[in-house]
Ligand binder design. Structure first.
Ligand code: GLC
Length: 479
């Protein structure tokens, strides 16, 4: 089984969010199961020089973008046993970050076509499955049918399209059909790529892929409704015969408190109490908080955007601070939110510690040193932080949406079951009630340790998820 995994970002090369985690960890897990999986992504300008210097150029060729012909270099690097290919074009990709440019539509039109061309230059690798991810790759199944249907490299190719976040869709003027994509206006219909009065890359993926997956079962249901459907719920209901949810895992080697170099003391299930205590003291020092072992530390590690439910926190911030907990936050995003938390850090120095930015080592220290991780997302296709928290013995407190609902089992005080806390409605006071409850349970050491252990024992590896993808690939190929 040969799988070409196509993504706009992948750890450790380029990361803006959870997609990058998946684009490394899932191929790694598939590889262990004997799948010949190769990852292909853009060669961004800010990929670490250590990596860039080790890449070797396999080939270079022209790629058509509408009526133009653009340079494309195909580079290669084997990382951790996984073959990675990089699409090189400095005009499109030698810029800071991955997205957010006025010409993203053109950049990914080029990328999708370049991926198809690249396959011709991969030594006898004819994919059985092209596994596409999110809108940036949505035109690939269209190209497969429209342009490459008779190419021998693609004789057996089928497309799996995974939705990591339906909110970002890649919507552009219909002019790009001919101008950039080299497709005819026949695609500008409701059954095809038309969305509102534009065309949508996400819709292209949904309509033309052989199968659609999304990153949790609950999210697969939610996007068929108007609350999370982002205008595509009708289409997704119609296509539900080919849609399923497969919950993400995390890479247990990448996230391991026993080996994580960012911790002051490593630990495992048997030594978590001492390990967490040492890291908690270090975290409190780092964040300028008093070193109080018995105060619960409530943490947020998140992009500061509406999706992540930051509004709920800002709404009841004063009341959260009235509890016994210390509050730490690491993240960046909307400036309003950044300003808000920086204000609270300066107004309540012994109570609130804030770092605005992206900082992998501080993130690790928070996962290890905090007691409760707050994730009140408005919607969350899967979510990764709640799984990392459990792995590090920190108790997640989440809203029951998408993958948060599928991975966190709320604590039941009668049976002692549960690996976290959760609330249902998108309501700040409902969240506050559960925070108060968690802070109370924290004082009951046997109960709280039971929740920590349940988290440490939760199997959030990619084992099951990878098996499901393999079964899906096999199923497609047999048909
Ligand atoms: C997106 C989603 C997140 C998910 C990740 C990986 O970033 O917002 O919930 O965990 O993709 O699938």
């Amino acid at each position: 089984m040969k799988v070409l995994f196509v993504t706009a970002e992948a750890e450790p090369f380029a990361k803006t969010g959870g997609l990058a985690d998946v684009a490394f960890a899932l191929p790694k897990a598939l590889h262990k199961k004997g799948i010949d999986v190769r990852v292909i992504m853009p060669k961004y300008g800010d990929i670490d020089a250590d990596f860039a210097n080790k890449m070797s150029q396999l080939s270079s060729f022209g790629v058509s973008v509408g009526w133009r012909n653009q340079y494309c270099g195909l580079e290669y690097l084997n990382y951790d046993g996984i073959p990675f290919y990089f699409i090189d074009n400095e005009y499109y990709f030698k810029r800071p970050g991955c997205y957010g440019y006025f010409d993203d539509g053109e950049r990914f039109a080029f990328f999708d076509r370049a991926v198809m061309e690249s396959v011709k230059h991969m030594d006898s690798f004819e994919p059985d499955i092209i596994h596409c991810n999110d809108w940036h790759t949505g035109m690939i199944p269209v190209y497969l049918r429209d342009v490459y249907y008779s190419s021998p490299e693609f004789a057996n190719a089928h497309v799996v399209f995974t939705i990591h976040n339906l909110k970002y869709q890649g919507i552009y003027s219909p002019a790009v059909l001919e101008e950039l994509l080299g497709l005819n206006m026949g695609y500008f219909t409701e059954e095809k790529l038309k969305f509102m009065d534009c065309i949508s890359f996400m819709k292209a993926g949904i309509v033309y892929a052989d199968r659609i997956t999304t990153v949790s079962e609950t999210y697969a249901d939610e996007i068929k409704g108007d609350l999370a459907g982002e205008g595509l719920d009708g289409l997704l209901r119609e296509k539900s015969f080919k849609l399923c949810g497969i919950v993400n895992g995390i890479d247990f080697e990448r996230y391991d408190p026993a080996t994580d170099k960012n911790l002051v003391l490593n630990y495992d299930r048997n030594s978590y109490a001492a390990g967490k205590a040492a890291n908690k003291a270090e975290l409190q020092r780092t964040m300028g908080l008093p070193e109080e072992a018995d105060k619960p530390v409530l943490a947020v590690v998140s992009r500061l955007t509406r999706q992540k439910g930051i509004d709920l926190i800002t709404c009841v911030m004063e009341q959260i601070l009235d509890t016994d907990a210390q509050f730490v936050l690491l993240g960046s995003g909307d400036t309003d939110y950044q300003d808000f938390f920086e204000y609270y850090a300066s107004a309540y120095p012994g109570k609130v510690g804030v770092k605005i930015g992206f900082d992998d080592s501080l993130a690790s220290l928070i996962y290890a040193g905090a007691d409760i991780l707050l994730m009140p997302s408005q919607f969350e296709p899967c979510g990764i932080s709640q799984m990392i928290a459990m792995r590090y013995g920190t108790v997640p407190l989440v809203r029951e949406t998408g993958g948060l609902k599928d991975t966190v089992l709320p604590y039941n005080k009668y049976t002692g079951e549960g690996n976290g806390f959760s609330f249902s409605n998108y309501n700040a006071h409902e969240m506050l009630d559960i925070i108060r409850n968690a802070v109370d349970v924290y004082k009951n050491k046997p109960a709280f340790n039971g929740i920590i252990k349940a988290g440490l024992d939760t199997d959030n590896t990619w084992e099951t998820g990878a098996d499901k993808y393999v079964a899906l690939y096999n199923d497609i190929c047999e048909k």
